[in-house]
Design a protein around this ligand. Structure first.
Ligand code: NAD
Ligand code: ZN
Ligand code: ZN
Length: 341
């Protein structure tokens, strides 16, 4: 089968012919119909996040498709079932895995972000059927982004819900794939007015279309003051889908006492809370990671009910993957690109 594999950091992906894996007991082979391209792939490809224990490895951690073959002992899915794949695979035994937060596993084996091959290939070997969420009405091609672009903000927002105050608004920094789903999910899960921030005017326009009350320019020196003014002295919750030094400072500086700053973006910035100077107290900070299988079930349910509608998706064949990665790098992707192997 064809697979887009990383050979070395800083090099483009290489299309290789590799054997189709055979599912062993408990494993499931999925015919990939959609594999979303996430900015985390760019961080890994460039070597900024050098987490791969071996190369070559097939990238692609945002996957959905059809069950092609089930290994002995698999009882929950059958050949032909449409499934979304929760990619945060774990050891199954550590403290995190036993409570279902496999994505936090002490020795993770994340799809396409570890020694385990991901979904930029015709087939994906899933280590356990528990990582599959059945799709009943959704086309797996379009559903792939639910497994990361939607799942990650879903977990981040759910964990911040106790901090929300509808009279003080929430902040969303970075309105790309994750940020756009973040805005949609905030509209569904919370009533708070949304202030969006992005460098790109096109993304700000999308944020307004998705229901943000305001969309501010990250490069405008007045933006920090404007957020405080619009939120009556600070937002109750800030979500940073960029994670640079500047955006983390904006998130922390925009959050009122008793609020919460959530870092999702992995641009490499350091978060600083300067309590004494900022006179904001009891602000919580958390960097959230992806989402678990139960949360993916909830996201899929929201999508199947029609409440959570897709962001703009563009489809590309596997042989165009490097070109698409470059376009994502340059900020030319409106929502998400899904590769269709
Ligand atoms: P994306 O490229 O689709 O979106 C990024 C957006 O941020 C773009 O709209 C861009 O214009 C905007 N932006 C860039 N710099 C900015 C700045 N300084 N101020 C304001 N806006 C700015 O990326 P994505 O796929 O949505 O991923 C977003 C981030 O989340 C990446 O760093 C990715 O690695 C990370 N991520 C983290 C997790 C997790 O579990 N924590 C999961 C998935 C992705
Ligand atoms: Zn991702
Ligand atoms: Zn584990």
């Amino acid at each position: 089968m064809k697979a887009a594999r990383i050979q070395a950091y800083g090099q483009p992906l290489v299309l290789q012919d590799i054997p189709i894996p055979a599912p062993r007991p408990g494993q499931v082979l999925v015919r990939v119909r959609g594999a979303g391209i996430c900015r985390s792939d760019l961080h890994v490809l460039s070597g900024e996040i050098p987490i791969l224990p071996r190369m070559p490895v097939t990238l692609g951690h945002e996957n959905a498709g059809f069950v092609a073959a089930a290994g002995p002992g698999v009882t929950g899915v059958r050949e032909g079932d449409a499934v979304a794949v929760c990619g945060g695979w774990g050891c199954g035994r550590c403290d995190y895995c036993v409570v279902g937060d496999d994505q936090l596993c002490a020795t993770p084996s994340w799809a396409g972000l570890s020694a385990c091959d991901g979904g930029y290939a015709e087939y994906l070997l899933v280590p356990n059927e528990k990582y599959l969420v059945r799709l009943h009405g959704l086309d797996p091609r379009g559903a792939a982004p639910l497994t990361d672009a939607a799942l990650t903000p879903y977990r981040a927002i759910k964990r911040a819900l106790p901090y929300f105050q509808p009279d003080h608004g929430v902040l969303v920094i970075g309105c790309g794939g994750l940020g756009q789903y973040g805005i949609k999910l905030l509209r569904i899960l919370a009533g708070s007015p949304i202030i969006a921030v992005d460098l790109d005017p096109a993304k700000r326009q999308i944020a307004i279309c998705l229901g943000a009350a305001h969309a501010l320019d990250a490069s405008d020196p007045e933006t920090a003051a404007r957020i405080l003014e619009l939120s009556g002295g600070g937002v109750a919750a800030a979500f940073d889908f960029v994670g640079s030094e500047a955006t983390l400072a904006l998130a922390a500086g925009s959050t009122r006492s008793g609020g919460k700053v959530t870092q999702v973006g992995l641009a490499g910035g350091e978060a600083r809370l300067r309590v004494r100077e900022s006179i904001r107290w009891e602000v919580a900070f958390e960097a959230t990671l992806w989402g678990n299988v139960k949360e993916l079930r909830e996201v899929v349910a929201l999508a199947e009910s029609g409440l959570l509608t897709p962001i703009e998706v563009e489809y590309a064949t596997l042989d165009r993957i490097n070109e698409v990665c470059q376009r994502l790098e340059r900020g030319e992707v409106k929502g998400r690109v899904v590769v269709t192997p």
